[in-house]
Design a binder for this molecule. Structure first.
Ligand SMILES: Nc1nc2c(c(=O)[nH]1)N[C@H]1C(S)=C(S)[C@@H](COP(=O)(O)OP(=O)(O)OC[C@H]3O[C@@H](n4cnc5c(=O)[nH]c(N)nc54)[C@H](O)[C@@H]3O)O[C@H]1N2
Ligand SMILES: Nc1nc2c(c(=O)[nH]1)N[C@H]1C(S)=C(S)[C@@H](COP(=O)(O)OP(=O)(O)OC[C@H]3O[C@@H](n4cnc5c(=O)[nH]c(N)nc54)[C@H](O)[C@@H]3O)O[C@H]1N2
Ligand SMILES: [Mo]
Length: 778
């Protein structure tokens, strides 16, 4: 599709100069790498020690320890890490990775003017991504100076004027694209989308275009709201938890608490994942220091099902088949009353399942019938079942159909809208769900008319650009200004070289950030770095100290107040930065931007008028635990056109590669990273030290290629459009995953994912479905 897409023939300035290694790299280390199975329980003393090491490295031991006590506490700040809800019954609810995350933000190191004076952008491009972020916090606005190839200081007003001039100079508002990374607060989110829509564009790509777009679309179609229906209480009441495609021990560590509790009270836990992850076997509950000291591990699974990559839909259908077969002998296994009153297309789904034979199911799922029957029996025994999933399900071509098949299975036994049951996606960034609720969407939100009425603007009604289409538009020259509200777009997005080349074609890139990253080096003709306050810091405005709100993965909205002194007095809050850009861009705006900055209560007052469920917002957040956004499906009210929960009737996809020598590669996170931020080159629970440039392969696949443990291989991906991308000299390591499956780390491997490789159902890049061939390096 893209003729100028020649990723590995040209070097794109800003990426690492070594063309096949295009960035996303952890610390350089001479220490020997090793790989050996990890035998301890997840979140055990290894975790505590690692927290200690990170705290010591950041010279933050004392303040860091204090931080753990205010984090996720009603009077403190919300952990800027993952979106797992806070357990209000715990006085201490934090995890190793949350602590790493906050201490990384709280580092005393600062990137000062003289740093930028000493290093050209070209020189910095040769640094690893670890070294860039490790310079510490950004403390004043900087602008790129082409003559010296350096970033130089610029005042805030001049910076805003520069943004305003560039945006007002565009032929159309659609020549700008406004990216959001999922940690932006609800208040800042609302202002950001208001600015974009008042300006006249729906170009609001965000990181959820790469993570849970499929879940949102599927749940919207199935149950009328694009979110899960469960809360933590439900997790405590379920007697079966099916956890699909998530590495809980690393990415949602506080979920381990829920899983361990479930096992202790006799509930059953099933993990569905090509890899058996550490959190899927034994765990020590992250906050229970005594258990940690005594090494009291709890087993957290009854069954690990090593599904074929992309085979989850087939597996769900197999379980449904077991249910229908059982229903022939005992019709009560189906919730007939619910099915008749509240669902549509049940009969058609039953026929579809009957027409799918076992041979097809087992081949596609990559699992034997007996194993599928076993989990089917567990599902039949359970009174209350929750199915939870993350990126292993969504980042595939058939992500939407798979989430709908999950919902089909839940509907059969009425496992929705009652205690202890329902769909429960594990969201990523701490406020990614709130971003969507508060208007980050390239499609006009359902409350657009209300927004226009309350705010006195005329929002565009046509669809804007998402992540993939923004990248394409930068290449086509139709997006000329890119604003990154947090995040690290160039490394998070697929097809690193292609994305980088697109960014370099723009007139202006603006990055609102806390730390230096590659997106500052791969910039437009003009470029701004606008440094902002972090979640842990005090946000002082005219009306006094301000708090912001976030929504967790279970639709709870609560206030978060920073406790620490700002990293610099020159920092502005994200709210203030958005308002500053908006005022400079929209000089005739009737929106009281400054008044919003002075007192965030005023933003919440207007949000209360626009957003359903936010009525009385300022009052609701005074409740220590916050409030839950009404989720009609939770009460079995389905806001679909039919007024019913819809069964989907998707054909079963063929996920078996056509060629024998092809492997399906999933890109994932190590234990020691936060998306594009890499803390170390270790991946404790997978037993890896000092190595990230690796690919995990099944023993048989190693043998078939004549590979020995740790041998260098080249990995070549073939895109849908036929173009090929290669990473060289990655080490092949044996791992317990199915034949034909492979795994390795993002963002190093993003260079393999072609821009054409996104799901036609969700528009999500196929980050868990990269078609590769692996050969010995020359
Ligand atoms: N510490 C830490 N926490 C994080 C993050 C972080 O980077 N670091 N990132 C946050 C963000 S933004 C997000 S979205 C989440 C991501 O959380 P996860 O979804 O856990 O992220 P990944 O590391 O991509 O792991 C995906 C898992 O899916 C499995 N998988 C791959 N393919 C398949 C498949 O076909 N089927 C099934 N069933 N499983 C499959 C992989 O083996 C792996 O266990 O975590 C959030 N939390
Ligand atoms: N191959 C592959 N690629 C993937 C994925 C995958 O599984 N595989 N996962 C995708 C997913 S799920 C996601 S969510 C994206 C992540 O994409 P992003 O959200 O774009 O990336 P992050 O790495 O989380 O962003 C890190 C940067 O955020 C900035 N930052 C940190 N805190 C703050 C803050 O408080 N405010 C502001 N303004 N900036 C801050 C810092 O400068 C830091 O360098 O990556 C996607 N990319
Ligand atoms: Mo994410």
């Amino acid at each position: 599709m893209t003729t100028d897409n020649q990723p590995q023939t040209a070097h794109v300035p800003g990426l690492l100069p070594d063309v096949p290694r295009q960035g996303g790299f952890g610390p350089v280390t001479d220490a020997p790498w090793y790989s050996k199975p990890y035998h301890h329980a997840a979140a055990s003393w290894g975790a505590a020690q690692s927290v200690g090491t990170i705290l010591v490295k950041q010279r933050e031991l004392i303040r860091g320890t204090h931080s753990m006590f205010v984090m996720n506490h009603p009077t403190g700040y919300d952990c800027p890490g993952c979106a797992w809800p806070d357990d209000k019954k715990l006085t201490l609810d934090f995890c190793e990775n949350g602590v790493k995350h906050v201490t990384w933000e709280m580092t005393p190191k600062r990137v000062k003017r003289d740093f930028f004076e000493q290093h050209t952008v070209t020189e910095l491009a040769g640094w690893t991504d670890f070294d860039l972020e490790n310079e510490g916090r950004l403390i004043e606005p900087m602008v790129y100076d082409e003559a010296s190839d350096k970033y130089v200081p610029i005042g805030w007003d001049a910076a805003f004027a520069l943004v305003g001039d560039a945006l007002r100079g565009l032929k159309s508002p659609n020549e700008a694209s406004f990216y959001t990374s999922g940690r932006l607060s609800n208040e800042a989110t609302f202002l950001y989308q208001l600015m974009a829509r008042e300006f006249g564009t729906n170009n609001l790509p965000d990181c959820s275009n790469m993570c849970h777009e499929a879940s949102g679309r599927a749940l919207q179609a199935a149950i009328g709201t694009g979110k899960g229906t469960c809360d933590l209480q439900d997790w405590e009441e379920a007697d079966l938890l099916i956890v699909m495609g998530v590495n809980a021990a690393s990415n949602a560590p506080r979920m381990l608490t829920a899983l361990a509790d479930a096992t202790r009270r006799g509930a059953q836990v099933v993990h569905i994942n090509p890899l058996v992850e550490a959190g899927a076997t034994k765990t020590i509950v992250p906050h229970e220091m005594v258990d940690m000291a005594l090494f009291k591990a709890t087993s957290v699974s009854d069954l690990n099902m090593q599904v074929r990559p992309g085979g989850d839909l087939a597996l769900m259908r197999g379980i449904a088949k077991v249910v229908f077969e059982a229903a022939e002998a005992d019709p009560t296994v189906l919730d007939r009353a619910f099915l008749e009153a509240s669902t549509a297309d049940f009969d058609a789904y039953r026929d579809l399942v009957a027409a799918t034979d076992w041979a097809e199911i087992t081949a596609q799922a990559g699992l034997p019938e007996v194993e599928i029957r076993r989990v089917g029996e567990m599902y039949l025994r359970a009174e209350r079942a929750i199915i939870s999933w993350c990126l292993g399900v969504t980042q595939h071509e058939h992500g939407v159909d798979t989430v709908r098949e999950i919902t089909n299975l839940l509907l059969l036994r009425g496992n929705i809208g009652r205690p202890g049951a329902g769909p429960s996606p594990v969201r990523g960034h701490s406020n990614v769900q709130g971003n969507r609720t508060c208007g980050i969407d390239h499609r006009p939100p359902p409350w657009t008319d209300k927004l226009d009425e309350v705010c006195g603007i005329v929002s565009p009604r046509e669809h804007g650009l998402d992540t993939v289409t923004t990248i394409e538009a930068m290449h086509a020259g139709t997006v000329k200004v890119f604003v990154g509200m947090g995040g690290n777009f160039v490394l998070a997005a697929p097809d690193t070289a292609y994305t980088a080349a697109g960014l370099r074609k723009t007139d202006l890139t603006v990055q609102v950030s806390t730390k230096l990253n590659r997106s500052h080096l791969v910039h437009g003709r003009t470029a701004l770095i606008l440094p902002c306050l972090g979640r842990t810091e005090k946000d002082e405005q005219v009306a006094g100290l301000q708090g912001v709100t976030v929504e967790d993965a279970m639709s709870m909205v609560h206030i978060s107040r920073g406790k620490r002194r700002a990293a610099s007095k020159d920092l502005k809050s994200e709210v203030a930065i958005i308002a500053g850009m908006a005022k400079a861009t929209l000089p005739d705006s009737r929106t009281p931007w400054q008044s919003y900055v002075d007192d965030y209560d005023r933003i919440r007052d207007v949000m209360a008028k626009v957003l359903p469920g936010f009525e009385g917002f300022n009052e609701l957040i005074k409740n220590p635990g916050g409030f839950r956004i009404p989720q009609p499906a939770r009460e079995r009210v389905f806001k679909t056109p039919s007024g019913k929960a819809n069964f989907s009737l998707a054909p079963m996809p063929n996920v078996i590669p056509a060629d024998d020598d092809v492997l399906i590669l999933g890109t994932m996170r190590s234990h020691d990273q936060w998306n594009t931020t890499i803390y170390s080159a270790n991946d404790r629970y997978r037993g890896i030290k000092n190595l990230r440039e690796l690919i995990f392969l099944n023993e048989e696949d190693m043998r078939a290629r004549g590979l020995t443990e740790g041998e260098f291989v080249d990995i070549t991906a073939t895109s849908r459009d036929g173009s090929q991308r290669t990473l060289r000299r990655f080490r092949a390591l044996r791992y317990d995953l199915p034949v034909g499956a492979a795994a390795g780390y993002m963002p190093e491997m993003n260079a393999l994912i072609g821009i054409a490789d996104y799901s036609t159902q969700s528009d999500q890049p196929l980050m868990k479905n990269v078609v590769v061939r692996v050969t010995k390096s020359a």
